[in-house]
Ligand binder design. Structure first.
Ligand code: GTP
Ligand code: MG
Length: 370
């Protein structure tokens, strides 16, 4: 591990220095504003001190740009080969299923009755834990469309099912309102997702960003967001009462986008949920994101989405896709809430592990893990 200290006029320039020196795998260990040593320090603005580290083995293995290019080309080749192999494997298994499912009157190889194909995919999709009514709707619509004379291939049936599933998911495109609020059960990734989106807003879209937390129940909650605010050099305001919020919104008047973190709410407690209402009402119009984890069971998603309705959410975020290979939460969540899916997250890295729902083949997730 190689650890270095950097000084720069602000965080942005500091991060450029770190990246140039240690590469994009560098980790920021610590950052703070400091004065220069000596008398000069009193007459010059404070500087940003950043302590960053990189795993040397990883860095050494990165070698020269030429080697990097070669490695990237090799990796691309390997991925293409792996994809081809996967496709071949799928075709073989599909054909063997077709063969074993086909009755003796099946004349054309690869074709099968729609009922058999439909049953095959029903079994296949079972592990995603989809809502049974939703699953029924998708299959009824697909079978209706497939209701033409003759047999069909599993692949064609899958295409029809995927199309019907895709129509059940509505997604939104990026930020709509100035205020971005994050609500949801405890530990689902609200603060982490907020940090990813604040980084996107500030660094990719060049917006002037402010952060607010009304999460002061949990020890360490404010510190978690403060760390992100310092790393990204964004103002953070801690709000204790709705009256505070009013004053803070005036202070952040010049911000294009304001991200508001809330404490994870226990779905069992009405009081905890209702505490948030005055804040939410004051912040309207807002994008109110209900954050749920992809690892949550279907029944619990039903319960959570129902309980949080009183907080008037109008967007959905599904986190922790990397922790499961059952993607029912994505479809169940949008089916239960009837609000657009805004983002998906698939890892802890800020800001990388975030995807705009409108840019993801959402129904395709159901066919991804097998
Ligand atoms: N694997 C994985 N972990 C994630 C993801 N998003 C967040 N986490 C992790 O989940 C844990 C909880 O994240 P937080 O952002 O603190 O969750 P929160 O909803 O703000 O939690 P509370 O404020 O306590 O309710 C942290 O360890 C995060 O790094 C994700 O997409 N994938
Ligand atoms: Mg939090």
């Amino acid at each position: 591990m190689k650890i270095r200290k950097y000084l720069a006029p602000d965080m942005k320039e500091g991060l450029v220095k770190v990246k140039k020196d240690l590469g994009s795998d560098a980790l920021i260990l610590h950052s703070r504003r400091v004065r220069r040593k000596g008398l000069r320090g009193f007459f010059t603005p404070r500087q940003m001190e950043i302590i960053a580290a990189v795993d040397q083995k990883k860095k050494e293995s990165q070698a020269s740009p030429v080697m990097l290019k070669k490695a990237a080309a090799k990796e691309k080749e390997m991925t293409a080969m792996a994809d081809e192999l996967k496709e071949l494997k799928n075709m073989v298994s599909e054909l063997s299923t077709v063969a074993s499912n086909s009755s003796s009157d099946d004349k054309t190889p690869g074709l099968i009755t729609k009922k058999k194909s439909s049953n095959y995919w029903r079994n296949y999709l079972e592990h995603h834990d989809l809502d049974p009514t939703l699953l029924e709707e998708i299959f009824n619509e697909a079978e209706e469309e497939a209701n033409v004379p003759g047999r069909m291939s599993h692949t064609r049936m899958a295409e029809i099912l995927k199309d019907k599933a895709a129509r059940k998911i509505n997604s939104s495109k990026g930020f709509n309102a100035r205020a971005q609020i994050f609500i949801g059960p405890t530990g689902v990734g609200k603060t982490t997702t907020l940090a990813k989106l604040a980084a996107r807003s500030s660094f990719s879209l060049n917006e002037k960003v402010g952060l607010i937390t009304i999460d002061h129940y949990r020890i360490g909650a404010v510190e978690q967001l403060r760390t992100y605010s310092e790393i990204m050099d964004l103002p953070l305001e801690v709000v204790m009462t709705p009256q505070d919020l009013f004053k803070v919104m005036v202070r952040l008047e010049s911000c294009d986008r304001i991200f508001i973190d809330t404490a994870g709410r226990s779905t069992g407690s009405d009081d905890q949920l209702e505490d948030l209402l005055p804040y939410i009402d004051m912040l309207q119009p807002a994008d109110i994101h209900l954050v749920i984890s992809a690892t949550t069971r279907r029944q619990d998603i039903g319960f959570i989405t129902e309980r949080f309705k009183r907080l008037k959410y109008n967007r959905l975020i599904v986190t922790k896709l990397d922790e499961t290979n059952a993607y029912g939460a994505v479809l169940n969540g949008t089916y239960y809430t009837k609000v657009p899916l805004a983002y998906l997250t698939d890892g802890q890295r800020v800001p990388q592990d975030l995807k705009l729902a409108s840019e993801v083949d959402l129904a395709g997730l159901l066919w991804r893990a097998g």
